[in-house]
Design a protein around this ligand. Structure first.
Ligand code: FUL
Length: 479
């Protein structure tokens, strides 16, 4: 055990050394991610929680006129939420601190439609505090959704509301520890005075950046994370982390959804996609949907369609009227976790022998199968195609490949194929376009000792972090 631990430390140190000393040797290509965007990308999967008056009224979009006393969870336990999230392998929780009905899950000074006006804990409760503390004690990260659309606030639809929104944001960003993500919904409907708000997003962004420079901000067009263009949890099979946002606005003026889904191959900004999807048909809890919860296998499929296409997965699991995650939802989450553990239990290509079509001094091909993304291999400058042959030394059985670019130096690969040695030649079993942070592809079960990745087109010399091979119990996605 001790020797094993020592070895891992040596491997990590060697990989870090390689990453830092060689980073200068390969020039970045095009836009690259910020540190905060990379930290976010590495989270891969985290939970969304829609909770508030709608949980009790059975609505999806509350009118804002609901009596705050309708909010009365009987057994609210944010530690249960955080524990289930952690056990499911989710790296954080984002909660609807305020949804379109304007109800604040914390006692905001800038609203009289909050938990303070409810009877829950005699008006002395604060869901945001409880959840922030629970996430901290379970070692996961915490973020907030604050709807700019507010169907309750009397100032909505006037200039002053922008100040209210900024103050609201300030309360959340200042008082609840470090938030990993701030979620801006593009919805812009009418408020209590029948008017729509002209949002001052420029000001919102300036304030958020000043208060929380390490918090990534999500919206249709960022500034840090983009919407994936649907609420089904599916990223494009071509998925660029790049987007052109000039001339577009949030909400109705955003880029077409298929552009958001795929990104722009030569986009000017680094804006990776986040796939938001609910485990149930609705975003909020409705008892009649207890029988319509996505299964572990459904979630696994979504994992391949989101994380497996270089995006992050934001899975909504809405707490019920008790203020707990309901049994069917937690059962699916645990099944999903168990499946991920089983699917990716053994990397059959780990430390396998690698031969590349063109070597480059200082970049050992063996770095491609060392299990670390940040110890990367780069093709020589000017070579935008290459082949990578992996020889496992003996016949293995497999059906899934995992590829990673070292995107800190830009996203480059435009097309590639996966080929398997059949004893006399290499035969293509799968092909894809983009790779990005992570790409998963499945294909019919193969028996072979050798596999070849052919990068057939790239914007610049390919820089690949890792290649892994698995024998998954099932093919959930064959495309
Ligand atoms: C949408 C909202 O209108 C839905 O209610 C939900 O919050 C979803 C995540 O975003 O724009």
């Amino acid at each position: 055990m001790k020797i094993h631990a020592k070895r891992s430390v040596i491997w990590v140190m060697a990989a870090l050394w390689l990453a830092t000393t060689r980073a200068q040797l390969v020039e970045p290509y095009g836009p690259v991610p910020s540190k905060a965007q990379m930290k976010w990308q590495e989270m891969e999967f985290y939970l969304f929680m829609h909770f508030g008056p709608n949980t009790f009224s059975d609505l999806e979009w509350g009118h804002g006129t609901e009596d705050p006393k309708i909010f009365h969870p009987t057994e609210l336990d944010c530690r249960q939420w955080a524990r289930i999230a952690r056990d499911a392998g989710a790296k954080g929780i984002i909660i609807t601190a305020k949804h379109h009905d304007g109800f604040c899950l914390w006692p905001s000074k800038y609203s009289d439609h909050t938990v303070r006006e409810s009877d829950w804990k005699e008006g002395k409760g604060d869901v945001i505090r409880e959840l922030a503390d629970a996430c901290a004690s379970y070692g996961i990260r915490f973020g907030v959704y604050i709807s700019p659309w507010d169907r309750n606030h009397p100032k909505y639809g006037t200039k002053e509301y922008n100040r209210v929104y900024v103050n609201t944001m300030r309360e959340l960003l200042r008082n609840y520890g470090d938030l990993f993500e701030l979620w801006w919904d593009g919805a812009n409907g009418e408020g209590p005075n029948g008017k729509k708000q002209v949002y001052d997003f420029h000001r919102f962004e300036t304030v958020a950046r000043r208060l929380a420079p390490n918090t990534v901000i999500f919206s249709d067009i960022g500034p840090d994370i983009r919407w994936v263009g649907n609420e089904k949890g599916i990223a494009g099979s071509t998925n660029w982390d790049l987007l052109d946002t000039a001339g577009f606005t949030r909400g109705a003026g955003s880029p077409p959804t298929d552009t958001l889904n795929r990104g722009n191959v030569n986009g000017h900004r680094w804006l990776p996609a986040e796939c938001d999807v609910s485990i149930r048909p609705g975003w909020f809890y409705h008892p009649q949907e207890d029988t319509a919860v996505k299964s572990g296998k459904d979630l696994m499929k979504l994992y391949f369609l989101s994380v497996g296409r270089g995006a992050n997965l934001l899975l909504n699991v809405p707490p019920d009227r008790r203020g707990l995650i309901a049994a069917p939802d937690s059962a699916s989450l645990m099944a999903f976790k168990q499946m991920r553990d089983e699917y990716f239990r053994e990397n059959l290509a780990h430390r396998a022998n690698v031969t590349v079509s063109a070597t480059r001094p200082g970049f050992l091909p063996s770095l491609l199968t060392d299990g670390f993304r940040f110890s990367y291999w780069a093709a020589p400058e000017g070579q935008n195609t290459c082949t990578i042959e992996i020889d496992m030394g003996m016949e293995k059985v497999f059906n899934t490949v995992l590829l990673q670019e070292y995107i800190e130096l830009g996203q480059r690969v435009r097309s590639f194929s996966v080929e398997v040695w059949d004893g006399s030649e290499y035969k293509e079993v799968a092909h894809g376009t983009t790779i990005g942070y992570k790409r998963l592809l499945q294909f019919p079960l193969q028996h072979s000792s050798k596999i070849r990745i052919a990068i057939t087109d790239s914007k610049s010399n390919p820089v690949i972090g890792d290649i892994q091979l698995y024998n998954c119990p099932e093919i959930v996605l064959n495309e």
